[in-house]
Design a protein around this ligand. Structure first.
Ligand code: ATP
Length: 918
């Protein structure tokens, strides 16, 4: 089968035949599987990932590693083979650690990308199903709805007002109306092929059915090679800042080392010794572990977020999440369950209750305590008929097993489509109005799809003698196009009094937190030349209202409270009626007595200045159109806030892009919204946004802890060496020993701090200022104090090894013991010190020594390694150490513990001074 044909010049029927596909049943699963083998997956090949070896080799390109390799080489040349071996060993261990971390981070992010991969609706073996877009093959019949991104190149075979935005392909940003029945000249340019859709474009309006003609690299998109090079930004601002900091520290370190080297040589020290000392100082000063730790902490955090249903699409969003101060959320499905049940209906002069719950067809219509027989009640019948005809949802019965494995089964309905519409179909069933039968009696021949700006939709049906137009929508919008009403017996003009009565019924239902839709219809003897909103939605006859219940999500209230506690303002933005919105917002706690609700119309009347003044008080926006969302985001941003915003529709994309964190709905969201978002909520849940904010804070905190810990260790090493030089003491640590400390023993605890459990204050403190430095003045002071303390205890330990407080003896034998003690003290002190970093304000005992099991394990491992090099005779030679016995060992332990005391005092002072909790 040749898939390179001028599909746009063939009529749809021929395309189907040529591709061996059927409009009714699509391809069979077997055929699709075979074609998948033949044509390969429908993906654009990415730049291939690096192999393990390449990654390993890449580690050796770092400046520090090169420096170390030179040092190893020089050591070997001057005959210091032991040093050369140890340096080489440490370098290799370091590189392996680097590769392991990179791999973990990559696989976490890779898994995430898979989760966010696009889906497609395809007809296979007669059934419509969702598949991964990568599984599509030529010949597949796909369905495209407004908001979907086009998953492959395809020839349209049916279109209903389908408009497609092909900007990514043709640069033309105005959506083009498509036409399946057009047959075009062979040489028609891409942009003019209105009967074809191309991968990478997206439907903005209407819907269509198409047959796939090209997949993967054979698509027009695949042919544009430049696109493949397009990389999403993968580094976060924090990573960039740390990289910059690392570079600056690196330069300072190199200058220091050169200075020390020259000074040493001038003083008459041996050149080779001074060279190694300078190198080891550089190692002590350059925070080489930082980038790797930050990457892994980010990746693991993002993985945890995914497990909590928040998929991050752009890594920088993780950091922004941590400083979010406003969360603007949709109502329906996000704060509510989106499980709609029609509870009440109104027809002129009457209110009727409808019993039953969920999508079960059990329930009845009750008026004044009496059951209503809908079949003999024209007003009810017409309203529900309209509600069911003007409707894209389908329900089908499934049997549900009784509880606790009981044998009994009961019928329930499974709903496919918009829950609002599903509820109407179920309400119809309760009154004996069946969608399948109705569709046979009055098949749909045209439609004006729902738009959130218009808040209405209309379908046109052919009956035996007329065309029946059915419109449903928000009552206020619907009434605008109604001139008459059906009062149960006759069509009467819609008087002001009746209008007022209908509005009253609408508000009463909305006040009871019901979501209200109105129904209207009209009959035409002939169709207008063009079916459009202007020609059809006019002069309609009002039929009735239905009110449906959509209860708040049980967890919404707690999440809202958590937001307030964390200094985050939750804001509800909904297309629904103000009264409904207010009732729900009160219920979940968003609307408090000191805040207000506004409608889209009121917002439209406000100037930007007026909005800026009021914005922090407005918690509910009702009856908004998507473009209002952009204004709301902008106003909050002008007030200095970091704004998260949810969205699902095509028209929400600009607001999602504009917000600091755009969050698209995973279930109800369109591909366009997902494409514009930084994050996807796979369960559409408000609580998930709050959980993601919490996780964002944890990630940032942990990166801070790991970075500050590592830097404070480095500071300690540098101070120690300088202090010894200044005091005229022999070198307290040998180059190899510094390498060991810096590259082996302190990296594991730093990693463990990167996965520290959250602080108890996490959601009780205000959002972090986005521009605040990771290492501010307080952090610098803290690192200096800790660094000084580590250096001090190590120096004391060294001095004690030499005989202090008695006279110091620097014989070779004594020096060996003293250096070993110094090394052990430094190493243990750093391990003990890691526990200080679990909280900046709470005592290490209060946060719990054992609560971070990774930290305990890493300290045990690093501690054991340290003991191994000191007490295993074979290793002693390599590191120039000796077994430290008895009291000396006790001294080392006690001195290391001093760090814990330093931490406690520092935190105590911090608490006294009322420093912000972490
Ligand atoms: P939210 O913005 O909170 O997610 P919403 O569903 O109320 O929820 P829209 O989808 O913009 O927001 O709907 C706006 C209004 O349009 C609804 O309040 C309802 O009155 C009406 N509406 C919603 N869905 C339909 C539909 N399928 N057909 C006709 N009218 C609808």
């Amino acid at each position: 089968m040749n898939t390179e044909k001028p599909w746009h010049s063939m009529p749809p029927g021929q395309v189907l035949v040529e591709l061996g596909a059927s409009r009714e049943s699509g391809l069979s699963e077997e055929e699709a599987e075979q074609r998948l083998k033949r044509y390969g997956p429908n993906t654009l090949s990415e730049a291939s990932g690096r192999t393990l070896l390449q990654q390993f080799v890449a580690q050796f390109r770092e400046f520090l590693v090169i420096l170390l390799l030179v040092a190893a080489g020089v050591s070997a040349l001057v005959g210091e083979l032991d040093d050369a071996i140890v340096i080489a060993f440490i370098v290799v261990v370091n590189a392996v650690l680097g590769v392991v971390q990179e791999r973990r981070a990559e696989s976490a992010l890779g898994a995430l990308r898979k989760m966010a991969s696009p889906k497609a609706r395809v007809l296979r073996s007669g059934e419509v199903r969702m598949v991964d877009a990568s599984m599509l093959v030529p010949g597949d019949v796909i369905m495209i709805d407004a908001g979907d991104s086009v998953p492959a190149d395809a020839r349209l075979i049916e279109t209903a007002l389908l408009k497609v935005d092909e900007a990514s392909l043709t640069g033309e940003s105005v959506p083009v109306e498509q036409n399946a029945s057009a047959v075009l000249p062979v040489n028609a340019p891409l942009g003019d092929r209105v009967n074809c859709v191309f991968m990478g474009s997206s439907a903005t309006y209407g819907r269509g059915v198409a047959v796939v003609v090209a997949t993967g690299m054979s698509t027009e998109m695949g042919k544009i090679a430049a696109f493949l090079q397009q990389e999403e930004d993968r580094t976060t601002p924090l990573q960039q800042r740390l990289e910059y900091l690392g570079k600056r520290l690196g330069i300072v370190a190199v200058l220091l080392c050169i200075g020390v080297f020259i000074a040493g040589v001038l003083r008459g020290e041996e050149v080779f010794d001074m060279f190694l000392t300078a190198v080891s100082l550089a190692v002590a000063a350059i925070p080489e572990g930082l980038p790797a730790i930050v990457t892994i902490v980010l990746a693991l955090g993002v993985q945890r977020m995914a497990a909590r249903n928040a998929i991050i699409r752009r890594l920088p969003a993780v950091e922004t999440l941590g400083s979010a101060s406003v969360v603007c959320s949709d109502k329906t499905g996000t704060l509510t369950t989106n499980q709609m049940t029609v509870k009440r209906m109104y027809v002129p002069g009457r209110t009727i209750e409808i019993t039953g719950d969920g999508y079960s067809p059990d329930g009845a219509l009750i008026e004044n305590g009496q059951r209503v027989d809908a079949r003999s009640d024209p007003a009810v019948m017409r309203t529900l008929t309209c509600a069911v005809l003007c409707n894209d949802a389908r329900v089908r019965s499934v049997s549900v097993k009784g509880s606790a494995g009981a044998v009994t089964t009961r019928a329930s309905l499974e709903m496919v489509g918009d829950p609002t519409e599903g509820a109407l179909v179920v309400a119809g069933l309760k009154a004996g109005v069946d969608k399948i039968q109705l569709a046979k009696w009055a098949p749909r021949i045209s439609e004006l799809p729902f738009e959130s700006e218009r808040k209405r939709m209309t379908t046109i049906h052919r009956t035996d003698d007329t065309y029946l137009c059915c419109t449903k929508g928000a009552p206020d919008e619907l009434l605008k196009v109604c001139t008459h009403a059906f009062d149960g017996t006759a069509v009467v003009p819609l008087s002001d009094a009746l209008r007022a009565e209908i509005q009253g019924a609408n508000v009463r239902m909305a006040d009871a937190a019901l979501r209200v839709l109105g129904m209207a219809q009209k009959e035409l003897t002939a169709l207008p030349d063009t079916v459009s909103v202007e020609t059809v939605e006019d002069g309609m006859v009002f039929l009735g209202l239905v009110g449906m219940q959509d209860p708040p999500r049980p967890e919404a209230r707690d999440s809202v409270a958590e937001c307030f506690g964390a200094g985050i303002t939750p804001v509800m933005i909904t297309g629904d009626h103000k009264a409904t919105a207010v009732a729900i917002a009160r219920d979940v706690g968003i609307l408090t007595p000191d805040s207000v609700a506004l409608t889209g119309a009121e917002l439209a009347r406000m100037s930007d200045r007026e909005l800026d003044e009021a914005v922090e008080k407005i918690r509910v926006y009702a009856r908004v159109a998507p473009e209002h969302k952009v204004r709301i985001v902008d106003a909050w941003k002008r007030a200095g806030h970091v704004v998260a915003m949810t969205g699902d529709g095509v028209n929400d994309a600009p607001a999602l892009k504009r917000a600091d964190i755009g969050a698209a709905m995973g279930i109800t969201g369109t591909d366009v919204a997902k494409g514009a978002a930084d994050m996807i909520l796979t369960d559409d849940n408000f609580a998930t946004i709050v959980a993601a904010v919490r996780e964002g804070r944890v990630i940032f905190d942990n990166i801070k802890k790991a970075v500050q810990y590592l830097l404070s260790c480095n500071v300690g090493e540098i101070i120690l060496i300088f202090a010894a030089i200044l005091m005229g003491l022999p070198r307290p640590l040998l180059p190899i020993q510094i390498l060991w400390l810096n590259l082996v023993t302190d990296s594991l605890p730093a990693l463990a701090l990167g996965v520290d459990p959250p602080s108890r204050h996490l959601m009780q403190r205000k959002p972090r200022d986005r521009n605040a430095a990771v290492i501010g003045p307080v952090a610098v002071r803290r690192m200096l104090i800790y660094g000084l303390s580590v250096a001090a205890v190590s120096l004391v330990s060294f001095a004690m090894g030499l005989g202090w407080p008695g006279p110091m003896d620097t014989s070779a034998e004594n020096l060996l013991v003293a250096r070993t003690m110094c090394l052990m003290t430094m190493s243990f002190a750093q391990l003990v010190h890691a526990f200080n970093f679990r909280s900046y304000i709470d005592s290490a005992f209060r946060v719990g020594i054992f609560r971070n099991r990774h930290l305990v394990a890493s300290v045990l491992i690093s501690g054991s390694l340290q003991l191994a090099i000191v007490y295993i005779p074979f290793l002693q030679g390599f590191f120039d150490v000796t077994a430290v016995q008895g009291l000396k060992f006790l001294d080392v332990l006690l001195l290391s513990m001093v760090l814990l005391a330093v931490g406690e005092v520092l935190k105590w002072v911090g608490r006294l001074r009322g420093e912000q909790a972490d």
